[in-house]
Design a protein around this ligand. Structure first.
Ligand code: KG4
Ligand code: ZN
Length: 381
């Protein structure tokens, strides 16, 4: 089975090709991505209208590129999969309409994929056999796919959630953010301190010259237990009692107040004036403290969930799973090695969409109608 995956939910226009072989292994045949990130950098965050327009320009070239990189022809493609949510409406429309059109004119079955689930499935790709790509760009992939039960921490610019997978497509959402996603908080702290978008990598870079204990930054304490988690615990012999929800807006505002104090100003000082007023050393300290605390927040919950549910594997997915601080803290605090993939498969890509669709096909899940598939910007897990 060879599947073309199309992704356009935010600012990356992407097409990936993933094959499943007769041993059930997932093989990466192509991962083409065109990002409009550089244009958004000028605005300090993604501008939805610009992202949608750039998808229109990039979608056909990126699909052509994926086919070229894989050395495959249209006749080799068995199915098309596309992200239909969650994401920006205008952006999702471009990918979905393209995939629908291709499914009709190339006569291929069409699968609709949840973007957040797809981030988890990037971890199931274990072989890189791309043909026509530049040398030196081989991906470092997991040796084995993650085993079930699997605890997944999904951390991106739009999502922060902990999910316990009993099997493929059989999962319980343990907790999620009440406000900002962790990646979004990184992006906002970067903007406050004058660091470029996207915030995750630029905060990480600035943090290397800062003191991660330079000042106190409280973690949010949440008590909310979702009905799904309540139900899971009701049948457990030794149920936990804590909440797996997150909040990043409190720490983000605490960073703003600290930055204003460091400038000798009060809370009325506008955040847009902070970058030119803060000293370089203060920016580095803010980056280091925020990165440590934000990452600790998700790691604390992941370790608690590991101890409660004793999964066979722990995986991380989403753009923030590229964070070396996250990978380091998890490796230090979990009794098993966390599962993660090449950075180019952590941020948005089409290969993860194709990877997930391979399991949909294997499990006989229904195709969708290429004449009527709609987007769902608010799709949840
Ligand atoms: O998954 P993704 O590409 O898009 C969404 O679905 O949101 O994630 C983008 C987010 C951004 O907020 C970015 O700041 C963050 O991932 N990110 C990182 C790193 N690379 C990207 N955060 C921390 N460390 C990184 N190396
Ligand atoms: Zn994403």
């Amino acid at each position: 089975m060879i599947i073309l995956g199309v992704e356009s939910s935010c600012d990356e226009t992407a097409a990936g090709i993933v094959e499943s072989d007769n041993k059930g292994r997932l093989i990466l045949r192509a991962n083409a991505v065109l990002s409009s990130m550089d244009i958004h950098t000028a605005y300090g965050g993604v501008v939805p209208e610009i992202a949608a327009r750039e998808h229109v320009r990039s979608i056909n070239p990126v699909i052509d590129q994926a086919l070229k990189d894989s050395g495959l022809e249209w006749s080799d493609i068995d199915a098309i999969a596309v992200t239909y949510g969650a994401g920006l409406g205008g952006s999702l429309l471009v990918g979905v309409l393209t995939a629908r059109t291709l499914a009709i004119i190339k006569n291929k079955p069409l699968y609709a994929v949840n973007h957040v689930e797809a981030h988890v499935y990037a971890n199931f790709i274990t072989v890189d056999s791309r043909k026509n790509v530049d040398s030196g760009s081989g991906y470092v992939l997991p040796v084995q796919p993650p085993a079930f039960p699997m605890l997944a921490l999904i951390v991106s610019g739009n999502h922060s959630q902990l999910v316990l997978f009993k099997d493929h497509f059989d999962y319980v959402l343990l907790g999620q953010t009440h406000d900002d996603a962790i990646g979004e908080a990184f992006d906002k702290v970067a903007k406050m301190t004058g660091l470029p978008y996207p915030g995750g990598p630029s905060v990480a870079k600035a943090a290397t010259s800062g003191d991660s204990f330079a000042f106190e930054l409280p973690k949010a304490k949440l008590t909310n237990i979702s009905p799904a988690l309540q139900q899971l615990r009701s049948s457990a012999t030794n149920p936990g009692s804590g909440s797996y929800d997150f909040s990043f807006s409190g720490p983000k505002t605490a960073v703003l107040r600290q930055a204003q104090r460091l400038c000798g100003k009060d809370f009325t000082f506008p955040s847009k004036d902070l970058p030119k007023t803060l000293k370089i050393a203060d920016k580095a300290n803010i980056a280091a403290v925020f990165q440590r605390v934000a990452i600790e927040t998700v790691v604390d919950k992941t370790v608690d969930a590991y101890n409660e549910f004793k999964p066979s594997s722990v995986v991380i997915g989403g753009g923030v799973s590229a964070s070396s601080e996250l990978r380091k803290q998890l490796a230090e605090r979990l009794p098993i090695l966390p599962h993660y993939t090449d950075i180019r498969l952590c941020t948005d890509n089409g290969a993860m969409v194709a990877a997930l669709a391979n399991f949909k096909v294997a499990q006989g899940q229904p195709t969708v109608d290429p004449y009527s598939l709609d987007i769902n910007p608010n799709l949840t897990m």
